[in-house]
Design a binder for this molecule. Structure first.
Ligand SMILES: [Ca+2]
Ligand SMILES: [Ca+2]
Ligand SMILES: [Ca+2]
Ligand SMILES: [Ca+2]
Length: 114
């Protein structure tokens, strides 16, 4: 998978408020659908988001500083994910946010985006 494509999809994902999907941008959904069954499970979603963490963490500090992610997410979204307000998103905070985003996107609550 091409990294710039992932980045573009992620940017779309984060800026359109995942809240809209079961109808996330179609291309983003397709990229996450590893087994191509037309639905994205939490596992597929989380795998993709974990990969993104690694790509965004440019200095490999294990945390996302705003400067690393400002092209992907707005300040309010960053601050929303930074639960303890220390100016960095830890892996745990990121995972929590990923989970919340998935649940917000899965409007019918069936555990999959489609
Ligand atoms: Ca799938
Ligand atoms: Ca970092
Ligand atoms: Ca934090
Ligand atoms: Ca669903």
């Amino acid at each position: 998978m091409k990294r710039h494509a992932i980045s573009a999809a992620l940017a779309g994902l984060m800026t359109t408020a995942a809240a809209h999907a079961d109808s996330m941008p179609g291309s983003a959904l397709l990229m996450m659908d590893d087994d191509l069954n037309a639905t994205v499970t939490y596992q597929e979603f989380a795998d993709e988001m974990t990969e993104m963490f690694g790509l965004m963490d440019a200095d490999k500090s294990g945390q996302l500083e705003f400067g690393e992610v400002e092209s992907f997410m707005s300040r309010p979204i960053f601050d929303g994910a930074d639960a303890n307000r220390n100016g960095r998103i830890s892996r745990q905070e990121y995972t929590n946010q990923t989970r919340a985003d998935f649940e917000a996107a899965d409007k019918d609550g069936n555990g999959a985006l489609n």
